[in-house]
Design a protein around this ligand. Structure first.
Ligand code: ZN
Ligand code: ZN
Length: 363
């Protein structure tokens, strides 16, 4: 399908030269729906759709519309987006997406492949200390049968007669300043330069297929819940020689049975009884690096915090690590044996300077 000489944008949208922005939007919506390639499969409807979008892109923007009113098509650059203003068709995808929630039909210029987003589940220790994990993604790669050429191996791919294999054609247009030449993507071969007579039987001419791709991921020490690891170039293959996309892996860190993370510090709750707090004690507590002894001095209060220096989480992409903070809690005994009860009563009496613990209620 060869695109005719550019039509006047007002004519394309079927509106008058002094149409209001509301009238422009209304005309565009109606026409875009009518000619949307997903609904309208008539010959030329895709071209018509592009034309409508292009007209709207210019006329809906005050600056571009002014330039167009003064200079015609030359005022807004070419269809190939390389006009003076630097604008032109770039907004096409945005407009398309905004109205139809779909991606724009393929353009032939090189485009990077899509990114792939996935997740990995890590234990608290794996996240704190780093680990290696295998991650499998479903990746778009070049078709293994046609190697991305899109045509059936052995079939003919004659040079495109329209562009003589260059993939681009010149369009001459008339404006107040004279004749302008624009270079546009060849509409016959979509920029490929070759005509595909027999599409590849494996990929049906898309040149791509999905394949499982397993990646060894070095999970950095110190990664936290929600942090993402980027693997450059491991995403979907690019279009027309564009670079591949990236893979983003978001970490989901499982909660630990008794450790809690705060920044790069680890909190640990240690419960001791009255006697241990009053007399002092030495207790082994777990850390990320094995057991450590904590000396609780005599007379320690509930709520005291002991710091185990450098026993916390490794700092992400830096050296060193946080601390482990041991949060002490003195537990009040809830059940006492007869013997213990007596001991507490004696203790109370001794604290009260020899007075009895309490008066027994008379019955
Ligand atoms: Zn193929
Ligand atoms: Zn061509």
């Amino acid at each position: 399908m060869i695109m005719a000489v550019k039509r006047d944008y007002y004519e394309v949208l079927g509106i008058s030269r002094n149409a209001t922005p509301e009238e422009i939007k209304k005309a565009f919506r109606g026409l875009a729906k009518e000619h949307h390639p997903d609904r309208n499969h008539e010959d030329g409807s895709a071209e018509r759709f592009k034309e409508i979008n292009e007209a709207y892109e210019v006329l809906s923007d005050e600056n571009k519309r002014n330039a167009y009113d003064r200079f015609g098509h030359a005022g807004n650059g070419s269809q190939d987006f390389n006009g003076f203003g630097g604008f032109g068709f770039n907004g096409f995808g945005d407009i398309f997406d905004a109205f139809f929630g779909a991606s724009a039909e393929s353009e032939t210029s090189a485009r990077p492949g899509s990114d792939i987003h996935t997740r990995i589940t890590l234990t608290f220790e794996e996240a704190a200390l780093g680990c290696e994990k295998e991650v499998t993604v479903n990746r778009v790669v070049s078709c293994s049968r046609c190697h991305g050429s899109r045509s059936e191996p052995g079939s003919k791919t004659p040079r495109c007669p329209e562009c003589d294999g260059r993939g681009r054609v010149q369009r001459v247009q008339q404006s107040l300043f004279g004749r302008f030449t624009n270079i546009v993507t060849c509409p016959r071969c979509s920029g490929e330069g070759r005509i595909i007579e027999q599409p590849c039987s494996e990929c049906r001419g898309s040149g791509k297929e999905r394949r499982k791709h397993t990646i060894n991921v070095n999970v950095p020490a110190g990664i936290d819940n929600g942090n993402a690891i980027r693997l450059s170039g491991e995403g979907d293959v690019g279009e027309h020689g564009g670079p591949p996309g990236n893979v983003y892996i978001t970490a989901q860190v499982q909660p630990h049975e008794y450790f809690q993370r705060e920044g790069f510090d680890v909190h640990y709750k240690l419960e001791i009884n009255f006697a241990q707090a009053a007399l002092g004690c030495e207790i082994a507590v777990p850390t990320l690096y094995g057991e450590e002894k904590v000396k609780v001095p005599a007379g320690t209060q509930s709520g005291a915090i002991f710091k185990l220096k450098n026993k916390g989480i490794r700092r992400l992409q830096r050296s060193g690590q946080g601390d482990q903070l041991v949060n002490l809690r003195v537990l009040t005994p809830e059940k006492l044996t007869k013997e213990q009860k007596q001991l507490f009563e004696d203790l109370l009496e001794s604290f009260n300077g020899g007075k009895p613990a309490r008066k027994k209620a008379k019955r």
